[in-house]
Design a protein around this ligand. Sequence first.
Ligand code: ADP
Ligand code: MG
Length: 334
Amino acid sequence: MGRMQNILGLCLFMLFLAGCQGTPHLVKRSQMLMGTVVFVTAVGADEMIAQGAVQAGLDEIRRLEELLSTWIPTSELSQVNAAAGREPIQVSPETFEVLTRSLEVAKLTHGGFNIALGPAVNAWNVSGEGQVPSQEDLEALRPQMELSDMQLDENARSVWLRRPGMSIDVGGIGKGYAADLAARVMQRSGAIAGVVALSGDIKTFGRMPDSQRFVFGIQHPRKRQGEILGRIELEDEAVSTAGDYQRYFMQDGVRFHHILDPKTLHPARGCQSVTVIAKEGVMADGLDTGVFVMGPDKGMALIEALPDVEGVIVDQEGAVVVSSGLKSRFSPEP
Ligand code: ADP
Ligand code: MG
């Protein structure tokens, strides 16, 4: 599969560093977590605080990875998937919250966002080399992808996938959620500002030491890595981009990418990329995937309708649409 590393995180990080030259208490570190390079940056009153905050942020992401990754057989989500059709599994508050928030985004996006697409994600081998499954095979999986068959019990804090063969995949929302929680522990450990970037899923808090906002570059979906479409300033916000260029393979001149439309069970065709800005990473990440599936018109209408949510959509022809509340903060790259 023609895998392209998402550069957005790096982009923000470099712009951030450029603005922070000369500040003594900034610490940054990167590490491979959740299948991607994670960049964590903290600003603290002293070096020790900043170091501690960065470590706490990275530790938090690792902790969440161990709960949510379906690559880890002992993770809570793997246990939930293994028990599909059999029994409810009690989970941590964090896992329960990701699933609850996923349902919220599913509702907002009229089913465009669907974490029960696991079987289709596997059939396309989205996380591996990629392959085009037959329509017959995909249709056969449909009954196992009904989100309404995922039963959440708030009192028992348990998850039950009622049908055998069901499988939950939080690849479209988990990194944004992890960014939120990492930012929270960093603040608790004393950081006054920071950035958590899990490839294209970024959460910022506070301002840089010189009172500047964080500047974030949106990757151009059809240009080389690092070439941006435009810049946005962020303050206590999250940004997340879903794109058809992030993970895809080409077959007979057709681009097959990793965001599937639950209706067709094929890659969603309306957009090249969707960037969502929200207060929380979990919202930004869930919505970028769901809006991508909805397509540019319905997707932008949803962004406009939601309070504290802004976005930039690049449609299939490459036309760029910026939400009304973002226009004054978006600087297109000449
Ligand atoms: P990433 O940041 O990893 O590129 P995205 O936010 O773009 O992730 O979401 C894509 C991932 O979400 C896919 O790799 C797959 O695991 C999962 N996914 C694919 N289609 C959907 C969908 N319609 N709803 C929810 N999750 C999806
Ligand atoms: Mg997403």
